[in-house]
Ligand binder design. Structure first.
Ligand SMILES: C[S@@+](CC[C@H](N)C(=O)[O-])C[C@H]1O[C@@H](n2cnc3c(N)ncnc32)[C@H](O)[C@@H]1O
Length: 272
């Protein structure tokens, strides 16, 4: 997916994006503990590639953390703005390219913290995004938190296990299905960020089969855009069969909620 396709994709999905994504409470609680009492309107946390600001808004409303959400996509940010207004949450919003942050956030830098959720794989050049971020952080003590998938994470999701071709078609992560840990570490390092810690999370969710099929049809992961409409319908049929085989309760009861887990990894970095 090139930059234009990506912009078009997020413009198309902006309105339904939040309904089709599961927001993970465990990472919100974890980062709430890390940032608590360490932010203010003058010292916010930039959330890079914030989209509809799901995570900063949850952290703002639960823990009172102050954020600036940065994203290139006006449609995603329009949803974020509406939600922030409704919640009266401490969220400033800036439209811009995270690869070229200079000037965008100057009034607040250097930052003690920065975050990026579910978006690192949209940057094909990891040293460039690492470089852009490290130059915003406090040189000694600044920390950046990337919430993403590494190693075998994608293959262990419900899509990786049961959706035909999902792992093979997901090539956003340095052309792999999830970031190879050693290569990610090397490329972040080339851009000036040293990995300090890998923290594992397991996101638990449950949905009916219809809800899962609806997520795919809404292309809730951009990976599903890599199928032609016919391929997607064929894959959905195989996915339904596999799910009904693995969860026989879903065969007779459309309201049965299929429990599943998705592994995620928080990559904690400091400037080198
Ligand atoms: C999968 S969404 C993740 C949104 C949000 N972080 C979340 O977890 O819900 C990826 C986001 O990255 C944004 N994005 C991708 N490349 C970007 C860039 N170079 N600069 C700013 N935003 C970018 C897209 O516009 C999109 O909103």
């Amino acid at each position: 997916m090139d930059a234009n396709q990506r912009k078009l994709h997020f413009h198309r999905v902006a309105r339904v994006y939040d309904c089709t994504r599961d927001t993970d409470r465990s990472i919100i609680n974890y980062l709430g503990g890390v940032f608590s009492k360490k932010t203010s309107p003058q010292h916010p946390v930039p959330d890079l590639a914030t989209g509809t600001a799901r995570y900063p808004l949850a952290l703002a409303s639960t823990f009172g953390i102050h954020f600036i959400g940065v994203d290139e996509n006006a449609s995603m940010l329009a949803v974020a703005r509406r939600k922030a207004k409704k919640l009266k949450a401490a969220l400033a919003i800036v439209q811009g390219d995270c690869l070229f942050l200079d000037g965008t956030l100057d009034a607040y830098r250097p930052f003690s913290f920065a975050t990026m959720f579910n978006a690192l794989h949209h940057f094909s050049n990891i040293p460039s995004i690492a470089y852009a971020i490290q130059s915003q952080l406090r040189p000694e003590s600044g920390r950046c938190y990337f919430y993403t998938r590494v190693d075998n994470d994608n293959a262990e999701t419900i899509w990786g296990k049961y959706f035909p071709g999902f792992v093979e078609r997901e090539k956003h992560y340095l052309e792999e299905s999830s970031f190879p840990r050693s290569r990610l570490m090397l490329e972040l390092c080339q851009g000036g960020l040293a990995v300090q810690e890998w923290v594992r999370f397991v996101v638990l969710a449950e949905h009916t089969l219809d809800e899962l099929l609806e997520k795919v049809r809404a292309r809730h992961f951009s990976t599903f855009c890599a199928y032609t409409p016919d391929e997607l319908e064929d894959a959905l049929a195989v996915f339904s069969d596999r799910i009904q085989h693995a969860f026989p309760e879903a065969r007779n009861d459309p309201s049965y909620r299929i429990p599943y887990s998705s592994p995620m990894t928080l990559v904690v970095c400091t400037p080198r």
